[in-house]
Design a protein around this ligand. Sequence first.
Ligand code: GLY
Length: 373
Amino acid sequence: MENITTWAETVWEKIALKMSAQCDRLGASVPYAAVNGKYSDKMKENIYWWTNGFWPGMLWIMYNASKEEKYLLTARAVQERLDASLAGFEGLHHDVGFMWMLSSVLDFRLTGDKTARTRALHAASLLAGRYNPRGKFIRAWNRDCTGWIIVDSMMNLPLLYWAGKELQDPRFAFIASDHADTSLKNLVREDGSCNHIAILDPLNGALVETPAGQGYAAGSSWTRGQAWALYGFALSFRHSGEKRFLEAAERIAEYFCKEVSRFGFIPPADFKMPGDIIDTSAGSIAACGLQVLWQLTKNDEFLKNAVSILKAIEASHCIWDPAADGIVNMATAQYHGKPEERHVPLIYGDYFFMEAVNRLGCDHPWGLEINIW
Ligand code: GLY
């Protein structure tokens, strides 16, 4: 552990330098994908975009570490911009947990700000409103996807567990745990790998089809989806205490660790794909989930694998020049996605790398004492 925290300390110093420069340069414009070393303002293009909460999340982690006011003021300015999406409503989706858990919930928990709490409760109520009581799931996306569930939604459940505790209302946890059960039944395979999407009959929840999603093909293993499942089920266990969620997280983690070690701990975009597309973001998300699992189970293998992934990413893909935007290169949005969203810094890759390193430093003054999710 000693040499792990020394490594984390060194990497944290580089993150802090980078974040200070990025905060001055980007301010409240909300980054998504860096093109030629430059982040642009995703919110100008799409106020509803699912990643719009990661930048304030990074700013709050920095505020906690440094107590520098510039981080608080910038995060709050982004949160005011996000209000337009709460008011607009119709473009919102299953990913409001990502958007408000890392912005307003973190704000409320670090500063006690009441406006932040209200915004986050509003978002949690919208997420709960997507629940299908016959099929027992939270529907993904909009348009005609009435019976669709996706593995990413597992990471949005902490917003519901948080709201339930805040309001002393068990309905939020009922919805979250029902959705986790439906995901366990329809998305997680026997060997610990996962589907990205399951289409269910919205009238009764019966499984219709498991099509391909952001990975290579139907039946393949989109790596970021495996990471969402690993982290999401670990968190569902931490919030609910339901043992079957822990068993699922362990099974998924064992699959993930076995696969990622075949690739030198740098994840491909899909564990069952042809070609050589990389997605570093999947590694950082999994490293966070593995650390939570290590805390829950005391199984040191989980921590060892988390550190191997983070060290491999840092050694080959971090961009430490403070003048360039983006902390971690070689993230990929989707296997069949746009070329400009492949092998570039993506804001959630930066966010989860930062969270993972911060977690390793939880005994240091710069480490967060609270559980973010
Ligand atoms: N929609 C979540 C993701 O692309 O991972």
